[in-house]
Design a protein around this ligand. Structure first.
Ligand SMILES: Nc1nc2c(c(=O)[nH]1)N[C@@H](CN(C=O)c1ccc(C(=O)N[C@@H](CCC(=O)O)C(=O)O)cc1)CN2
Length: 299
């Protein structure tokens, strides 16, 4: 048996299309252009690529993009002054600081400085608390993207066993909350979980976000399960000197023979992250204006 390959790149394009349609309506009906501000501290090469992609896709869906690049040694006070200015700017509906930030800055303090209504990364304590309470907030982009892919793949998630490997605030915890909201029976597994393979084998939905390349093997997966791979590890390409290759947390070649459906890396979950960031910015803008929110773009 060979698993269905979940095409996250195509799905993300559909999400961006829906966002663009709604942005056009906001402009024509209300004269409003949603705006996203992205703050990049330092020169991490991967972050520069992601921030450039965010800018390009923001403009493509018709939103305003505000990019702020700060030096790696920027003080916390200067970074906070910029965030305060963005919080107060009525043309900015979403704000995010690209992670990781340099070591002298505290990611949690940075997130806490952002107005929760503009926290389109959904990482603030307020938004995490709203999600945990089942109330309306802004949901972290990568878990929201995984939820959209799962809803598209599985007709009835209610009652299914879901295992999330990874317990980060950015991904594992919000992912587990979203699966719980879908009435799954949810287990959060992590580095201290006993017999991780056996725990994973129970899952109808297995979501891997451990950050260890190809850790999830075929005998960890229940036949027919839906497998979502959130890992991205870049390694030197085995056949092409100087080139690199991306690996997920799942051994794709092995697991795709057992799973019912699986996301590839690249082209699975990754593209959904930026698509959901745009969806969150649109949602934040609609809420700020008190106008109808788009359907199907939130949890
Ligand atoms: N403030 C945040 N920082 C970071 C986040 C985040 O959600 N908020 N997530 C990641 C980086 N990221 C977006 O910021 C991101 C990661 C991956 C992709 C993506 O499209 N990946 C492609 C492969 C791209 C490549 O070739 O490298 C894929 O998987 O197909 C988009 C965005 C950390 N920081």
């Amino acid at each position: 048996m060979s698993a269905r390959i979940i095409d996250g790149k195509a799905f993300a394009a559909t999400v961006r299309g829906k966002v663009a349609d709604h942005v056009a309506r906001l402009k024509s009906d209300h004269g409003i252009t949603p705006g996203l501000a992205v703050v990049l501290v330092g020169e991490d090469p991967a972050s520069e690529v992601y921030v450039a992609a965010k800018h390009k896709q923001t403009v493509e869906v018709g939103m305003a993009s505000f990019e702020h690049k700060l030096p790696a040694d920027v003080s916390e006070a200067d970074l906070f002054a910029l965030i305060d200015q963005l919080n107060a700017d009525p043309n900015v509906h979403g704000i995010l600081c690209q992670f990781p930030v340099p070591d002298h800055l505290d990611e949690r303090a940075v997130v806490a400085r952002i107005d929760p209504a503009k926290d389109v990364d959904g990482l603030s304590v307020v938004n995490a608390g709203l999600l945990a309470s089942g109330e309306k907030g802004l949901v972290s982009c990568t878990p929201l993207g995984c939820l959209m892919l799962l809803r598209d793949q599985i007709d009835a998630m209610s009652g299914l066993d879901a295992v999330v490997i990874g317990r980060s605030n950015l991904f594992g915890k919000p992912m587990a909350q979203l699966l719980l909201q879908e009435n799954c029976t949810v287990t959060i597994a992590h580095s201290r979980t006993k017999d991780l393979a056996a725990v994973c084998r129970r899952a109808d939905i297995l979501v891997a976000a451990v950050g260890r390349a190809e850790m999830v093997k075929a005998d960890w997966v229940k036949p027919g399960a839906t497998v979502i791979d959130v890992g991205i590890t870049r390694i030197p390409h085995p056949d092409r000197p100087g080139a690199t290759k991306l690996l997920g947390d799942v051994d794709f070649a092995q697991v795709s023979k057992v799973a019912g459906a699986i996301t590839p890396v690249p082209g699975g979950v990754g593209p959904m992250t930026i698509a959901c960031l745009l969806a969150n910015t649109l949602t934040a803008c609609c809420r700020a204006l008190g106008v109808t929110e788009p359907e199907g773009l939130t949890a």
